[in-house]
Design a protein around this ligand. Sequence first.
Ligand code: ADP
Ligand code: MG
Length: 322
Amino acid sequence: MGEFDLIDTFFTHRWPARDDVALGVGDDAAVLNVPSDSQLVIATDTMVSGVHFDEQTPARAVGHKIAAVNLSDLAAMGAEPTWLSLALTLPEVDEEWLTSFSHGLREICEYYDCQLIGGDTTKGPLTLTLTAHGLVPRGQVLRRDGAKPGDWVYVSGTLGDAGLALACQQHQQSISDSHYRRVLERLYFPSPRIALGQNLRDVASSAIDLSDGLYSDLGHILKSSQVGARIDVDELPLSLALTESVDADTAINFALTSGDDYELCFTVPESKRGVFDTVMARHPAKPTCIGRITNQPEKLRLEREGEPWQGLDKQHGYDHFG
Ligand code: ADP
Ligand code: MG
């Protein structure tokens, strides 16, 4: 199968189509109709085989995740996802792998009404690069640099589950089969918090998605906003799978330092909390308040019952060149 048959077979037929795509896959470039009252928000993420996933990762999960990690970036900006383009580097044409991979990617496109508008296909070590485009009403984007002293710090979902799954895969932890299935689902099929991000446009002063671990990612908000934070480690939202599998301090360390959660961390000013609670009343899973922004630039203070918590492991978050 050649390059063009491959694109035709796996990335063209029965994929969702949007009205705002004037020209999609098949020409030299895609042409999109961008509404004049919106701003275009663009994110790119790469997954390299052997670095971000390994051979045991199902191809459907790889397809899901390359989209999910990019949509998570759009969620953190408050954007509505619209268009994706995919750069695919493959060592060979493995039709079985491509079928499952394209299913995983197509499912998430269907769910979020995104259209695959183009890409590139090359031969080489298995690598996926996806660029996600989204729209946000002009001036309403969520950024990292808006947190102010006194704002409340929230996170969505539960933290540390994907990290626990990875630790189990690497034989650093061993847990029950049922807990393993749960956390593996979180590692393989993360849910980008798209609806939450859009609902935060009017209420959050800053936001970031959690890809490298809360400790590291909240640090980016603190640096961009030139503020500090106090976090109560007992308030961190932890799943039963995590708390029943490891001791309390290990669970907190997973929640703070392990990556791949793809939850949102954001700050809400006191004056917006009423609106926030009203908006969140409609959400199935209300985000958890874990602390407060302080006026000490870049100082992240971890507390338990008001006292400093000293249980943090050395390595915080993943840095490719660190
Ligand atoms: P060119 O040679 O002009 O760069 P290509 O041959 O790379 O064009 O691609 C032909 C068409 O197929 C383009 O519209 C491109 O966007 C699309 N395309 C290529 N690879 C992919 C892919 N992996 N997924 C989706 N569309 C793709
Ligand atoms: Mg061309």
